[in-house]
Write a protein that binds this ligand. Structure first.
Ligand code: HEC
Ligand code: HEC
Length: 257
């Protein structure tokens, strides 16, 4: 699904203390090397993507600038965590590794106030997040891979790198009140057509596996109340009970075990 990935270790190492805006500071050499590697990976992996062509060859002449995207990430990290893993038990969703088009669409919806998000209002404005910044941060986030297990012991890894790798490991805790097997059946029948095999997303429909359970619960309440609107999600929950949903959450939470 994702054509290329940034190593979270490199990502964390390359972060600098800036908020939004370009800076004239010279990046460290390791960052420059990571940048070149990433750039070549991206240019190898992306030509096949219709979206990439449409976005990069568009009238704006936008070209991905990973270093600048890191600057934007500083702002997001304050709530969504330094690796984009989210936090506070799902108050802040995971945004790392989501589909690029999905992220961009949500940011545009926040900016247009079509999707309500009061905490993000000050950041989701034309001034703080102009169209090219939406493209930059969506690309960066989509390429972050959150490992679900510790990497195998590696002699060449420094103690600090190991610590950072350990901090990047991300797993959704089990859902006690749900039945995984039953949830798998309900998911398969009611959700997989759009959200993909196993919950990992399909095209620009978001992954539900690997996302905080409380955040998923809250979004469903929002869809049901009409606060969040999406025509594909219209009526999805009409014939589904609360327990069915808990079973689906239990299944989704087991996907990254
Ligand atoms: C002040 C805290 C805060 C900051 C800063 C912030 N966010 Fe958020 N963000 C949130 C909250 C809270 C939600 C969940 C809103 C909801 O429940 O619908 C959210 C939701 C999102 C979502 C939707 C995820 C999904 O699965 O639909 C995306 C994408 C996102 N944020 C991206 C960003 C980006 C990119 C930045 C940096 C430019 C950023 N956020 C900065 C608090 C924040
Ligand atoms: C017909 C297609 C379709 C079906 C079926 C469907 N969904 Fe969705 N779902 C979507 C789309 C598209 C979105 C993204 C909406 C947007 O862009 O705001 C979404 C979004 C969501 C979100 C919000 C995710 C996030 O990161 O904010 C949740 C939670 C969700 N769906 C749960 C479910 C569950 C559970 C089922 C099965 C019971 C289901 N959906 C069935 C199309 C579908």
């Amino acid at each position: 699904m994702h054509q290329s990935h940034i190593d979270v270790g490199a990502l964390v190492r390359s972060r600098r203390g800036h908020t939004l805006g370009r800076s004239g500071e010279k990046p460290p050499l390791s960052f420059a090397i990571a940048l070149i590697l990433t750039a070549s990976l991206v240019s190898m992996a992306w030509p096949n993507s219709a979206y990439a062509q449409q976005e990069t060859a568009g009238a704006t002449g936008w070209k991905y600038d990973p270093e600048y995207a890191q600057d934007i990430m500083e702002t997001c990290a304050a709530c969504h965590g330094r690796n984009g893993q989210g936090g506070k038990d799902g108050e802040y969703p995971r945004i790392a590794g989501l589909d690029e088009r999905y992220i961009a669409r949500q940011l545009r919806a926040f900016k247009a106030r079509k999707r309500v998000n009061i905490p993000m209002y000050p950041y989701a404005t034309e001034r703080e997040l102009p169209p090219d910044d939406v493209r930059e941060i969506s690309r960066l986030l989509s390429e972050i891979e959150l490992p679900t297990t510790m990497p195998p012991p590696d002699e060449t890894m420094s103690a600090l790198d190991r610590l950072r790798a350990a901090q990047a490991v991300f797993q959704i805790p089990r859902v006690e009140g749900g039945n995984v097997e039953r949830g798998a059946e309900i998911y398969e029948e009611e959700c997989s057509e759009c959200h993909g095999e196993g919950g990992w997303g399909d095209d620009d429909t978001p992954q539900l596996a690997g996302q905080h359970t409380n955040y998923l619960r809250r979004q469903i309440v929002n869809f049901q109340s009409g606060e969040r609107v999406n025509e594909d999600m219209d009526g999805v929950f009409e014939s589904i009970s609360k327990q069915d949903l808990e079973d689906v959450f239990a299944y989704l939470a087991s996907r990254d075990d």
